[in-house]
Design a protein around this ligand. Sequence first.
Ligand code: ZN
Length: 251
Amino acid sequence: MLTGGKSDSDAGSQVRTGPNTDYESPFYARPARQNPNMTLPSNFSTGVGVSHSRGPSTHPYIAMTFDDGPHPRNTPRLLDMLRQRNIKATFYVIGNSVKMYPEITRRIVAEGHEIGNHTWTHRNLTKLSNSEVCREMDRTRDVIVSATGVQPRTMRPPYGALLTRQRKMIFKEYGYPTIMWSVDPQDWKRPGISVVRDRIISQTRNGSIVLSHDLHAPTVDAMPSTLDGLLGKGFQFVTVSQLLTMQGRAQ
Ligand SMILES: [Zn+2]
């Protein structure tokens, strides 16, 4: 017997569309510190300048950058760590790896991170002709667009190697500023988790662009304590484009 005047056929009208306040997400050890929501503009102007290794030192904003991914195990693990802390980072991806792992590349973008062009083959660009450099940029841009629907807006040269004339050419042809870094923990040499963490935390200043590599498992292993340490020192994480937009305004 129906007691509430409701039959199964009414079930569709009973769907709740308001906040699901009864729901609690499954338990995980939530980090103590969270990055605040950084609703800063990221539309840097064409006058921003060709090369950058840091942002303005007037605010405690920093940009974490992760190169040489996506990697099938390390990148998803890193994305979980970033999500738990509400941190948005910038990923300089290799085109050939995007082709192999388009779904991971999509996840990078879907979770609010920025994506940058790190070439197709990771060669030293100073040894290549302009047309070979453009081929590296084009193929990588196209595979990123096809995987994610968004365009990269900056580039980072493999090994940091790019001639001044090449930087100008890429800026003119693609609008990509060349993004270097101001903090390099040399994590690719795998010096150990605590060394990577201590180098990053001790060298990071207002406006720093921090270089690291999600290709390497020990680097990702170092990230929880590194990110928590940086948050503990009062730094706030932004993407490279957000940092560049501030840079443009400071000039
Ligand atoms: Zn690289």
